[in-house]
Design a protein around this ligand. Structure first.
Ligand SMILES: [Zn+2]
Ligand SMILES: [Zn+2]
Length: 339
């Protein structure tokens, strides 16, 4: 079968590999759509989390079950499904308390075992979630990033009616904007440098969009809100967005870090101390895929606008990874292995 194999930094190829076979507890899925995520770009550019010599990337995917192992009871052939890609060791205190997303030995399809940038993928039956008829395969490929966002909102101090700011309007920032709107935010302010992404943010729940290259985002947020937002979310992950996010929060408010920072940053804790702001963090999700599938199926979160292109697996390196690195007008690119 055809798959995208990562060998090394900037060395990934679409090539024929052996089609995976089911084992007792696993399920074979024909991939319908697989989304390209910032983590895939990071692995393509730097190969950090992937330690194997060859790995099929892709952890955001939907598909149809085409074969099940002899010991599989909960999933049947023909089912339309989304896959939760992460799992923990099952033994440590994080796993024992249900927080397998913070397990030090957390693993994921597409990083530690072959993932969804392929015609077929084999996964454990416990990671498979059946889709309701209303949820299309393309939206189902967004269950994973939407789960990241829902988990982050639930972990933050956000309450119904709060004013919020989102820094960065890539796929996670856009889904945050729309989910916060759905969760009852009274004002959603999005800060983003790309014009196309600001336009998308407007269509996806933002009341106000700010271009930080043209105006002082923190000053504007304070003008709009009086004393700052109740909660700010950093979905960009650089020093400038970290400091601006923290600064835009009202006294005793909450700053939630959603993005992965690729470099250390410098900040002054005094800014936080004098107003008792909290800095919170959120990584992945746990036990939430069923709820997120319902939110998307019911249209509570209308995520389709985040999908800006659908491409063939053959085009993934040039038309996917390389394009997303330079072209900030793109948001979520879905790979369709049938093309
Ligand atoms: Zn991802
Ligand atoms: Zn564990």
């Amino acid at each position: 079968m055809k798959a995208l194999v990562l060998y090394d930094s900037k060395n990934a190829k679409v090539e024929e590999i052996q089609t995976p076979q089911v084992t007792d507890q696993t399920v074979k899925i024909k991939v319908k759509y697989a989304g390209i995520c910032g983590t895939d770009l990071h692995e393509y550019s730097h190969k950090t989390f992937v330690t194997a010599n060859q790995m099929v990337l892709g952890h955001e995917f939907s598909g149809e079950v085409v074969e099940v192992g002899a010991g599989v009871g909960s999933v049947t052939v023909g089912s339309r499904v989304a896959v939760e890609p992460i799992w923990g060791c099952g033994e440590c205190s994080s796993c024992q308390s249900g927080n397998y997303n913070t397990c030090v030995n957390m693993k994921s399809y597409g990083l530690h075992e072959n993932g969804g940038f392929a015609k077929y993928v084999v996964v454990d039956q416990s990671k498979v979630f059946e889709l309701p008829d209303e949820l299309s395969y393309d939206l189902a490929a967004l269950v994973e990033p939407t789960a990241v966002v829902v988990h982050a909102i639930r972990r933050s101090a956000f309450k119904f009616g709060d004013r919020v700011a989102v820094f960065g309007a890539g796929p996670i920032g856009l889904l945050l904007s729309e989910s916060l709107r759905a969760a009852g935010a009274s004002q959603v302010i999005v800060v983003e440098v790309s014009e196309k992404r600001r336009e998308l943010a407007k269509e996806m729940g933002a009341d106000v969009v700010i271009d930080p290259t043209k105006e002082d985002a923190v000053k504007r947020i304070k003008e709009l809100t009086g004393k700052g937002v109740d909660v700010a979310y950093d979905a960009a992950g650089v020093e400038a967005t970290f400091n601006s996010s923290l600064d835009s929060v009202k006294p005793n408010g909450d700053f939630m870090i959603v993005s992965v920072f690729s470099e250390p940053i410098s900040y002054n804790p005094a800014m936080q101390l004098i107003s008792e702001k909290t800095i919170s963090t959120s990584l992945g999700y746990n036990h939430i895929f069923g709820e997120v599938i319902d939110l998307l199926a019911k249209g509570s979160i209308k995520a389709e606008k985040v999908i800006t292109s659908k491409i063939a697996l053959d085009d993934i390196v040039e038309g996917g990874f390389e394009k997303l690195i330079v072209d900030k007008s793109e948001s979520k690119i879905l790979v369709d292995p049938s093309l």
